[in-house]
Design a protein around this ligand. Structure first.
Ligand code: BEZ
Length: 213
């Protein structure tokens, strides 16, 4: 199995879930997708992660993003656990959790890292665009819960940089200044694309207010 890289097409699959059988590409439709794995049901960090994802449901929807979780436990276990997540995290889990007992998805996406965690998925994240292209990945160990605000921040950057000739600097968050792509040098185009102007710290480091604000 080849490693999945940025720019690759996210592999399609059919797998059971808490919302029934899912044909992944068909389920994704025209949305962005966050496909994320966790090690096991009824574990503390995973419980907080799925609760946080549910709590951020409106933030994902506002960006046109569908979250979908995966672990190697079966549907019956997932359904019992969802009741626990809703109870303990005061949320409503409204996204599917894939029941990957046969490890089909975990294998396709290389989510099992046996030298770190035997027989279970690590904390992988795949951010996939509406053309099914893998645009960003994150991999965390079992003991470190992910920052879902960071996942939203990466999506904000991807969606912004897809539509404007900019990139987002370190620790950028939505609304902060962005950098102009160094390839853009034509003065007329610079004036047209960035009517609020820009500040050239160096010829290659030019900061401008976020253009879609
Ligand atoms: C957890 O979700 O709390 C967890 C799962 C596997 C190993 C360590 C922690």
């Amino acid at each position: 199995m080849a490693t999945l890289r940025l720019g690759d097409i996210a592999p399609d699959f059919r797998q059971d879930s808490t919302q029934g059988l899912i044909s992944f590409h068909q389920w994704a439709g025209d949305a962005w997708v966050v496909l994320f794995s966790h090690p096991a049901d009824f574990t503390p960090v995973c419980t907080t992660e799925l609760g946080k994802t549910a709590a951020l449901s409106g933030e994902f929807a506002r960006r046109g993003v569908k979250p979908i979780a995966v672990s190697v436990d079966p549907v019956a276990s997932h359904l019992q656990w969802v009741a626990d997540i809703n109870d303990t995290q005061s949320t409503t889990v409204d996204f599917p959790i894939l029941a990957d007992a046969d490890r089909q998805v975990a294998t396709l996406y290389d989510m099992i890292h046996p030298n770190a965690l035997a027989n279970a998925t690590v904390r992988s994240v795949f951010i996939i665009d509406p053309k099914k292209v893998i645009r960003a990945t994150l991999t965390y160990p079992a003991g470190t819960g992910r920052n879902f605000d960071e996942i939203l921040r990466v999506i904000d950057s991807l969606q912004l940089t897809d539509s404007h000739k900019v990139a987002t600097p370190a620790n950028w968050k939505d609304g902060d200044d962005v950098v102009i792509l160094p390839s853009l040098q034509d003065p007329a185009e610079l004036a047209q694309r960035f009517p609020k102007g820009f500040r050239a710290v160096r010829p290659y480091l030019r900061l401008t207010p976020q253009p879609n604000r």
